[in-house]
Design a protein around this ligand. Structure first.
Ligand SMILES: NC(=O)C1=CN([C@@H]2O[C@H](COP(=O)(O)OP(=O)(O)OC[C@H]3O[C@@H](n4cnc5c(N)ncnc54)[C@H](OP(=O)(O)O)[C@@H]3O)[C@@H](O)[C@H]2O)C=CC1
Ligand SMILES: CC1=C(/C=C/C(C)=C/C=C/C(C)=C/C=O)C(C)(C)CCC1
Length: 321
């Protein structure tokens, strides 16, 4: 024993020689953030996750597949979706991971996806509106919406509208909207929603993430008493492809990757909102690191939430009362 102690003492790899090692380990734990502790099983439950071919969505799909859910990987590139789904099927042994085409930048594709889903699936228990774009150079969706607003907000707004009746019929059911801390920098510029007068791609992202928070709030209010809940969340700063449209951000993400969550760590709050038993009747809330988080004053403005709802309906040509 004495020899062993002496050996360890002199070993160049012991913590006492490298005081930074425990610091590095604990900062990594800090970066990893909250973990979903629920052991809930999802056998027999049907889940849709948008943008589940990569990043946070893919890891959310993997977790829910492990819990036994039938997972619809809704993505714009079916080949990428198949690659992710076959990896998840092989790893989890769950063969019920299915890929369906959904391009949120095109309302025709959203309608086709919903039509197809409603024809094939009798139930829907969890809808995770996860897909997103960030720092997109100025561009418009097929329907002429500014890309961030179109994909991140309007696309998911329409998708939720088209699937809501199935969620109601399958209740208890949950809608999970992946927003961001970036919502703090956003505002709803009703006079220039599509950035025609002025455009900043960073701000456009923030505006769309604020729209996610406001949509969730108004949706939850309207769904009171239906046993369909709606919550939004910030996943943390996550090593994913979200920064792909900015070379500076891509470089920063690489250099500082140690300080970013892995996609699996970033999926924890989405999984928590989707399965945690203690959230059974919690609705209209915003989470981060698997706990309630601070929402910006603009994200709590019910008048703006109502106005955004009506404007979104007008833009999409739908009636949603
Ligand atoms: N990463 C982070 O630090 C943070 C992420 N978030 C949010 O998390 C969510 C997931 O992002 P993350 O995993 O990081 O990013 P990724 O870029 O890794 O994944 C985004 C997903 O969205 C899909 N997507 C993009 N455009 C469309 C579209 N038109 N139709 C359908 N799917 C589309 C992508 O598909 P494809 O692969 O084909 O492009 C991809 O599957 C987003 O809503 C993001 O805003 C929030 C805060 C921080
Ligand atoms: C301060 C700082 C960083 C943190 C960036 C953060 C916190 C970004 C958050 C992005 C979000 C919230 C995106 C999506 O919604 C880096 C780049 C790690 C390293 C350089 C210093």
């Amino acid at each position: 024993i004495n020899d062993l102690a002496l050996m360890l003492k002199n070993c160049p790899w012991t913590f006492s020689h490298y005081p930074l090692v425990p610091v590095i380990f604990s900062s990594r734990r800090y970066v990893a953030g909250g973990q979903c502790k629920s052991a809930a099983k999802l056998d027999g439950k049907v889940v849709i996750i948008t943008g589940a071919n990569t990043g946070i969505g893919k890891e959310t799909a993997r977790d829910l597949a492990r819990r036994g859910a039938r997972v619809i990987v809704a993505c714009r590139d079916v080949a990428k979706g198949e690659a992710a789904a076959s990896e998840i099927r092989a790893e989890t042994g769950n063969q019920q991971v299915i890929v369906k085409k959904l391009d949120l930048a095109n309302t025709k594709s959203i309608r086709e996806f919903a039509e197809n889903f409603l024809a094939e699936e009798k139930e829907l228990h969890i809808l995770i509106n996860n897909a997103g774009v960030m720092l997109y150079p100025y561009s418009k969706t097929a329907d002429g919406f500014e890309m961030h607003l179109g994909v991140n907000h309007l696309g998911h707004f329409l998708l939720t509208f088209l699937l809501l009746e199935r969620l109601r019929q399958s209740a208890p059911a949950r809608i999970v909207n992946v927003s961001s801390l970036a919502h703090h920098g956003g505002r709803i510029r009703f006079h220039d929603l599509h950035g025609d007068k002025s455009y900043n791609r960073g701000l456009a992202y923030c505006h769309s993430k604020l729209a996610n928070v406001l949509f969730t709030r108004e949706l939850a209010r309207r769904l009171q008493g239906t046993k369909v809940t709606a919550n939004s969340l910030h996943p943390g700063s996550v090593r994913s492809e979200l920064v792909r449209h900015s070379s500076v951000m891509t470089w920063l993400w690489k250099v500082f990757s140690f300080f970013l969550k892995t996609p699996s760590e970033g999926a924890q709050t989405s999984v928590y909102c989707a399965v945690a038993e203690e959230l059974d009747s919690v609705t209209g809330q915003y989470f981060s690191d698997c706990q309630p988080a601070y929402v910006s004053p603009r994200g709590r403005d019910d008048e703006t939430a109502k106005k955004l709802w009506h404007v979104s309906c007008e833009l999409l040509g739908i009636q949603w009362d």
